[in-house]
Design a protein around this ligand. Structure first.
Ligand code: HEC
Length: 89
């Protein structure tokens, strides 16, 4: 009976670790999304996405700063989107 309890305890600890790990990897997936993907997912919600060639690097900096507020993006998401737009213009 004691042995069974220990085994049950080990399994519940392992289970808790797995749950914590899976939460961590979910946030890593969001963090590791590419600028192009974030752009495609976020910038079409309110209007057609202007193509990257539409603006210069400086103009994209301003536009993304403005849209970061509208689209409710984190700083790292906004930086990735701006980097993508600047490499594709
Ligand atoms: C919550 C809605 C919303 C989201 C999401 C959004 N925009 Fe906008 N966007 C607007 C609105 C409204 C305007 C009109 C100008 C203003 O904001 O006053 C606009 C204007 C623009 C303009 C200027 C258009 C022009 O022709 O001068 C650009 C560029 C732009 N958005 C890019 C983006 C990019 C890039 C993203 C993704 C990061 C994005 N937008 C996400 C609402 C949004």
């Amino acid at each position: 009976m004691k042995k069974l309890q220990i085994i049950a305890l080990i399994f519940s600890i392992l289970f808790a670790i797995i749950i914590v790990q899976s939460c961590k990897s979910t946030s890593n997936i969001t963090e590791s999304k590419f600028g192009a993907q974030l752009w495609g997912e976020n910038c079409i919600r309110c209007h057609n996405t202007p193509s990257p060639e539409t603006f210069s690097d400086t103009e994209w900096d301003v536009a993304v700063m403005h849209m970061r507020v509208r689209a409710n993006l984190t700083e790292s998401e906004a930086v990735k989107i701006a980097d993508f737009l600047k490499t594709a213009n």
